[in-house]
Design a protein around this ligand. Structure first.
Ligand code: TRP
Length: 335
């Protein structure tokens, strides 16, 4: 069953609720690609436990994330949607690739440095070898492209190093994957701190909007968004001088399809007082159908279960082929 379509794969950790940033920066464009690419998307629960999780929350979020993927337009008939821990080949190839990842290169990962600074009481081995598991996630499916945010590019580069090292020893086992960084909406920033990415944090004060937030919460978040401490009070795209305004313009542009020039014209002479609630309202309308559909899906557990079951089955079929090849190459005796 050879497939002519190019293959894409990506995952999101269910370690926090999905945000407007996850939607605009990733999931929205995933949904638009289903006809052109053969796509695999998964909930990276194995990765989530590198930071301590409450088990009940992790379970709930994993299922909610699946419901939200579907509500955002990822059609389970056209995409393979699965839960990472359901496809045991991830952990198995992850181990093998650990042995082809160097201590030095793992030590250079900025995410490891950031996370170990933030979780000083739990700098575990999984946090350190995270990129080897991520390389396994990717390579099992031999994808052409890996859509990721800017912050994950370094991990994909490490995956490419592993491919080079492994193929150098054993021949052409893995296809070389390319990172695929979206141009628009790649980085939706925090509404209160436009220098940092909008995070899945629990805390509303970090300027994040969740996919499931109610309209009044969304409006409040946008009304108190940081514009900039310039006296100009003018909607103009200038990410250097006015990063807060630029972020709001990016969001508004992503949800309305309007260009920056059109947005500047729309708000000419109106100032931030008119602009901020307008962005809020546009976001409320864009998220409304997603929130409603996610709610409906969360009540249909049997359907969600059928989606993740058949997703894991499809994924596992492909993953097993790669894993078997790798086991043979490294010298494991066949069962
Ligand atoms: N590390 C990614 C993140 O934190 C999630 C992830 C895990 C992933 N495995 C992946 C992304 C494989 C792309 C491909 O966002």
């Amino acid at each position: 069953m050879e497939n002519e379509k190019k293959v894409m794969l990506s995952g999101i950790k269910p370690s926090g609720d999905l945000t407007l940033g996850s939607y605009l920066g990733a999931i929205k464009s995933w949904a638009e690609r289903a006809d052109t690419y053969d796509c695999y998307y998964f909930m990276a629960d194995l990765h989530a436990i590198t930071v301590r999780q409450n088990p009940a929350d992790l379970r709930r979020r994993t299922l909610e994330q699946l419901a939200q993927y579907i509500a955002c337009g990822l059609d389970p008939e056209k995409n393979t949607l699965f839960i990472q821990s359901h496809v045991h080949q991830h952990a198995e190839l992850g181990w093998v690739l650990n042995c082809y990842s160097m201590f030095g290169e793992l030590s250079r990962m900025t995410q490891f440095k950031d996370k170990s600074a933030k979780n000083a009481e739990n700098i575990n081995g999984g946090l350190f070898t995270y990129p080897a598991l991520m390389a396994a996630d990717i390579l099992l499916y031999q994808p052409d492209y890996v859509p990721v945010g800017e912050d994950q590019k370094q991990h994909v580069e490490l995956c490419r190093n592993i491919v080079q090292r492994f193929n150098g020893i054993y021949g052409d086992v893995f296809k070389m994957p390319e990172p695929f960084i979206p141009k628009v909406g790649a980085r939706i920033m925090s509404l209160t701190d436009p220098a940092s990415k909008m995070s899945k944090s629990e805390n509303e004060d970090t300027g994040r909007v969740l996919l499931m937030d109610e309209p009044d919460v969304i409006m409040r978040q946008f009304k108190r968004a940081i514009t900039d401490c310039d006296t100009e009070n003018c909607v103009r795209y200038d990410p250097e001088a006015k990063p807060g305004v630029a972020n709001l313009m990016t969001i508004y542009s992503s949800v309305t399809g309007r260009s920056f020039a059109e947005i500047e014209a729309e708000f000419a002479g109106k100032g931030y007082g008119a602009f901020k609630p307008a962005v809020g309202e546009a976001v409320v309308e864009a998220l409304r159908p997603i929130r409603e559909e996610s709610r409906r899906l969360m009540k249909d557990k049997a359907y969600l279960e059928s989606v993740y079951r058949s997703g894991a089955e499809k994924a596992s079929y492909v993953a097993e082929k790669t894993l078997r090849k790798v086991y043979k190459k490294v010298g494991f005796l066949q069962r």
